[in-house]
Ligand binder design. Structure first.
Ligand code: ADP
Ligand code: MG
Length: 679
């Protein structure tokens, strides 16, 4: 029963003898049985005792052992602890939502009552909430309203091994607070990575180890490198499906686009094979996936079928899906990378670390002996991958956290207690950028503008754009643009079988000026349609993304009152809108030069993304929202600007000399006029 063509098969070599697969025992257990079966359960009493005895405790346990879901419940069940509030900070919004839902179910309460979650632009808690799961970013923002965390009794920094930027900053702040809040309990939970370092950082806090329960995982490598890992994933899944014993499959890809493409390819091939193969249930999971879709990955696999979950590295340690026996790991992840010299941040698909690869493989051995298929060679594993992932703090723009720390009154950032300090030049650059944005004065102190910017839970450039809209009297429009940008890249729907229709529909939204204005146009037409689902469907717009944009917009609009920005509309003129965008994003200016664009300050070569409405037009001056590196450095979401605006919005950053067009035959039309206006 050979279904795959011979040449399509992928050659794997095993590093070990092949074990006989014991079949996963997936019989239905009651929720309480499941709770009692978790590796952490036998240590419940010991753990509670350790928490009572120590102010700071590091808890180490294999992923899936029950740290995230069980520890807060143990605390709530223990009446002797007299709890006020428990906050659990997690690196990912999907994880916060899904774990909160799970724990609410386990404790038999309605989500949002005693157990709730809080993620950016979405709060699902109430007066009654005792246990709040939140993203580490939201936990960090809580310091703004409650600098001493007075209402907390326990704070959990979960998934500490992820070493996100926010987690690292929380470490420093919480360590400091714990010194004068002796009643505050601090728990640092981590997978089996790096725990000694956490203990060391928290003045030798004890480490509580939950012994792992793990079945052997046999690791396979490809004989030769795979040219197309997406295709290789699809083939591998089908290969497993037709040749291997029952058990679900987990595939690690780098992002939404890839995941959707992979799912489509799998579904398409299964359709073609029809009844020749058993049912394959294909499920995606990534950060922007709507929560009802997310929940599906946890539903049991129908008898006779096989489930395949296609995930980002969210499934590496944040979420545990029961029943996984096979893991397919192409060995890549999407990482933020930051150039401290140029200040350019971009998302790059890079090889993951060996530590990540081992975590991924470990997911196959939770319920039975498993197999992990690595779509790279054993040589690449040894020689081409880094040992561990570099902490985010060392490869990201720090503007956001610097602004936050400044508003918490922490002025001396050089001496802040970082577990791994960021590169000096990154800190300096963040300070310079905040100065150029007007958030700091020349002494490095927070300005009134900076204080208002910090109130908005978005990046400094985006907050500046929103605040600048006040001056240009176009806050209605700019709020919409900000909201649409925040659900970035998931507005337009482009199914493989209807590419032409989808592209035509997209073209119909084109307006002069650039992509931000296209997004505004889409939103406004949707409002006119009465927020219609049907309208979205007809126009190849993703309804869910629009709904989310509306939620984000509502939230931002709610905050406008607090920072005293009047919400008004600039009727029918896009110049004020584009000026407001420029006021926030003047760093991201690029100028047309032979064959592509060059960034103004650093002469870096960049290109307009093919999806952009300005792809063919190639205006002389552009501002981009973000850079993505795929085959080359692409600017995603661009608008056309007049170079004179740069002098208007960022006079201490740009000098008119830099903006002269040495090569040009004709000067941009409006430049002369704008200069006159400036006097
Ligand atoms: P850890 O934090 O140690 O990695 P968790 O507490 O996240 O472990 O997971 C413990 C168990 O709870 C796992 O078996 C996992 O499958 C289950 N679980 C977690 N979240 C959900 C969910 N949303 N739905 C169903 N089961 C879940
Ligand atoms: Mg966890």
């Amino acid at each position: 029963q050979l279904i795959l063509e011979e040449e399509e098969m992928i050659d794997f070599v095993s590093t070990q003898e092949e074990p006989t697969l014991s079949q996963a025992d997936l019989k239905k257990q009651s929720i309480q049985e499941v709770r009692r079966s978790l590796p952490i359960f036998p240590f419940r009493e010991d753990l509670l005792r350790a928490i009572t005895q120590h102010q700071i405790l590091v808890i180490e346990g294999e992923t899936g052992s029950g740290k995230t879901t069980q520890i807060p419940q143990y605390l709530m069940e223990d009446v002797s602890l007299k709890l006020l509030l428990i906050r659990s900070g997690l690196p990912r919004r999907v994880a916060a939502m899904s774990v909160a839902a799970r724990v609410a179910e386990e404790t038999g309460v309605k989500l949002g009552n005693e157990v709730g979650y809080s993620i950016r632009f979405e709060d699902c808690t109430s007066e009654r909430t005792v246990l709040k799961y939140m993203t580490d970013g939201m936990l960090l923002r809580e310091f703004l309203t409650e600098p001493d965390l007075a209402s907390y009794s326990v704070v959990i920094i979960d998934e500490a091994h992820e070493r996100t930027l926010h987690t690292d900053i929380l470490f420093g702040l919480i360590k400091d607070i714990a010194r004068f809040r002796s009643d505050l309990k601090v728990l640092v939970a981590s997978a089996t990575l790096d725990t000694e370092r956490f203990s060391c950082f928290f003045d030798d806090a004890p480490v509580f180890r939950i012994p792992g329960r793990r079945f052997p995982v046999d690791i396979f490598y490809t004989k030769a490198p795979e040219a197309d890992y997406l295709e290789a994933c699809v083939v591998s899944v089908l290969q497993i499906h037709v040749t291997q014993a029952p058990g679900d499959c987990l595939v690690f890809l780098t992002g939404q686009e890839e995941i959707e493409a992979c799912c489509e390819m799998l579904q398409e091939r299964c359709r073609r094979l029809g009844s020749k193969i058993a049912e394959l249930v294909v499920l995606p999971i990534y950060a922007n996936l709507p929560s009802d879709m997310q929940a599906k990955i946890f539903s049991p696999t129908p008898p006779g079928a096989r489930k395949v979950v296609v995930a980002t590295n969210i499934a590496e340690t944040s979420l545990t899906i029961d029943g996984i026996i096979y893991v397919i790991d192409p060995g890549f992840c999407k990482q933020k990378s930051y150039n401290a010299r140029t200040g350019m941040e971009s998302l790059i698909v890079t090889p993951c670390s060996r530590a990540s690869a081992n975590q991924r493989a470990g997911r196959a051995g939770r319920v039975a002996a498993g197999k992990c298929f690595r779509l790279y060679t054993a040589w690449a594993f040894k020689h081409e991958m880094e040992e561990t992932t570099i902490p985010e703090i060392q490869r990201t723009n720090l503007g956001n956290v610097v602004l936050l720390l400044k508003s918490l009154g922490i002025n001396d950032l050089i001496h802040f207690d970082f577990m791994d300090p960021p590169p000096h030049e990154t800190l300096v650059l963040a300070l310079e950028q905040l100065y150029a944005l007007g958030a700091l004065n020349h002494l490095g102190e927070l300005t009134k503008m900076g204080r208002r910017m910090a109130e908005l839970p978005v990046d400094p450039m985006l907050s500046k754009m929103i605040l600048a809209s006040e001056q240009y009297k176009c806050s209605e429009e700019v709020l919409t643009i900000a909201a649409m940008l925040s659900v970035n890249n998931s507005i337009f729907y482009r199914p493989k079988d209807k590419v032409v229709h989808a592209d035509n529909a997209r073209m119909n939204f084109t307006v002069p000026g650039g992509d931000h204005l296209v997004l505004l146009n889409v939103y406004n037409q949707w409002v006119e349609s009465g927020f219609s689902t049907q309208w979205c469907y007809e126009n190849f717009i993703q309804f869910r993304s629009m709904r989310r944009a509306r939620d984000v917009r509502d939230q931002l609009e709610g905050l406008m009152e607090r920072i005293e920005v009047e919400v008004v509309s600039s009727l029918e003129d896009s110049v004020p809108i584009r000026k407001a965008i420029t006021a926030g994003y003047f760093y991201h200016t690029a100028r047309l030069s032979k064959g592509g664009y060059k960034t103004v300050k650093h002469q870096q070569t960049v290109y307009v993304h093919p999806n952009s409405s300005l792809f063919e037009e190639q205006p002389r001056w552009l501002i981009y929202h973000e850079l993505v590196f795929t085959t080359k450095e692409f600017m995603r979401q661009v608008i056309e600007i007049d170079s004179g605006w740069l002098l208007e919005v960022a006079p201490h950053y740009y000098k008119s000399k830099e903006l002269e067009d040495s090569s040009s035959k004709k000067m941009p039309r409006k430049q002369g006029k704008t200069k006159d206006e400036l006097g």
